[in-house]
Structure formats: C-alpha cells, structure tokens
Ligand binder design. Structure first.
Ligand SMILES: [Zn+2]
Length: 241
C-alpha cells in the first residue's frame, strides 16, 4: 500500500506496512536511499496514517534530503573541476588546468587541489591524482610509522608496508608482519591515520583482536574508539575512488 505526503513543493511517496505489534501509533522509517516506510497498527485507516505522517512531515523531509545528499556524496568521482576531493581530512575543490606539453603537476593551494596536465580528460586527471595520493600516502605513512615505533616499546624496527587498495579495509597485517595500508587513508584526518597505524602496529605483537590486543591499543592510543568511529563515518565517502 502506498501513501503520498505533500510538504511545500515536495511530494514524497511512502510505503505502508502493517505491524501487529503496534497498538495505536504509526512508526516511520527513512531508509539509506531516502525511501520512506510507515508501519501502522492492524486496521488503522489510511486517513489516520496520512494524518500521523503529515504531523511529522518536516522530520521526514529533512531525513529524506539527508539520505539523498549522503548518497550523492558517495557517488564515484568524475574528476572534473569543482568536484570535492579530500586530503588529511580537509576538503579541497578540484581545479583542472590545461598546461603545456610535458607538464604534470598537482598542488594544494588556497583550499584547492590543482591538477595541471596537457590533456585534461577525466581519465588522465584520475590517474595523475591517484599517483599523487600514493606519493603523499607513502611519505606520510613512512614518517608517521617511524615516529610511532619510536615510542612503541614492543616493536623495535619500523615495519615495511605496501599500499593496497581495499574496498572495505583501511589496513591489515600479515602473519609475517607485513603491513598493507589503503592509500585512500591519506584522505582521512591525521589522527584517524594514526589510529590505523597504531592498530596495525599492535597486530605485530598481538595477531588477533584479543583482550590483550585492545589493552595494548588502549595504552598507545587512548582515544582509539572515538577516532575509529570518526573514521568509520568517513568510510563511504573516502573509500570511493
Ligand atoms: Zn585489526
């Protein structure tokens, strides 16, 4: 069963389902794609449902819009001027500039990430930018790992790492102690990067997620829960290339 909500110029369709556990009130859900579902008690007439939905119109419209803009944010990048790209947790506006033959440059400048290339088609821009992110990731991760190992008593030498693009993971540690780090991590804030590096360093000592692993992590990274949560919040937008 479908219903329709009008709010200003907006018209939002919603699906009505019956829920026998509800006594008198309806329950409204907005899904990740902005779809609206209304659960109603058995036998509640549609007019009563419409009334209840109308009462919460503002709330519904706000949540539908939020879901849609989150979705838009997570769309694959198109690598054209004006698009947002991230570096160390900051948002930069991409500016693509046609340069002379032989030029190939990326620079951060006044809140912009400027890419200068002789050929400015999105494929070339994507390739150049991906290479730039990888360079930055290698430099940042190497420096940071050295710094962290310096105060990490259980690990004596800076471990080797490789960059590995993963869809759902920021980092991993092989049983042999080799780290893999997602180059997309360089787009996250510095403290979130630090959390991932410390997490992987702890795996050099504790190879699982045991109690002692978390005790070690807590010792070197007391804020890890908050930092992890923050990073999880970025996952959708940063892991999309
Ligand atoms: Zn782990």
């Amino acid at each position: 069963m479908l219903g329709k909500l009008r709010y200003g110029d907006d018209e939002i369709a919603y699906r009505i389902v019956e829920n026998e556990r509800l006594a008198t009130r309806v329950r409204i859900h907005v899904g990740p794609d902005g779809e609206v579902e209304v659960e109603k008690p058995l036998g509640l007439p549609s007019s009563k449902v419409a009334e209840a939905v109308q009462k919460r119109a503002r709330w519904i419209v706000r949540h539908v819009e939020a879901a849609k803009s989150a979705k838009k944010f997570a769309l694959p990048r198109t690598y054209v001027s004006g698009e947002s790209h991230f570096y160390l947790g900051r948002r930069f506006k991409l500016i693509v500039v046609a340069g002379e033959r032989g030029t190939s440059r990326v620079r951060l400048w006044r809140g912009r990430i400027e890419v200068v290339l002789p050929v400015t088609d999105p494929v070339a821009v994507r390739r150049r930018l991906t290479a730039w992110y990888r360079e930055k990731a290698i430099a940042h991760f190497s420096r940071k790992l050295a710094e962290l190992v310096d105060r990490f008593e259980e690990v004596g030498t800076v471990p080797e790492f490789q960059l590995l693009t993963m869809e759902k993971q920021w980092g991993s540690c092989s049983p042999a102690g080799r780290l893999s780090l997602n180059p997309a991590l360089i787009k996250a804030p510095a403290h979130c990067i630090e959390y991932v590096l410390l997490h992987e360093l702890c795996h050099l000592v504790e190879h699982n997620h045991s109690k002692s692993f978390y005790a070690l992590l807590g010792r070197y990274c007391p804020s890890w829960k908050a930092w992890k949560q923050e990073l999880d919040g970025y996952a959708e937008q940063l892991l999309v290339a």
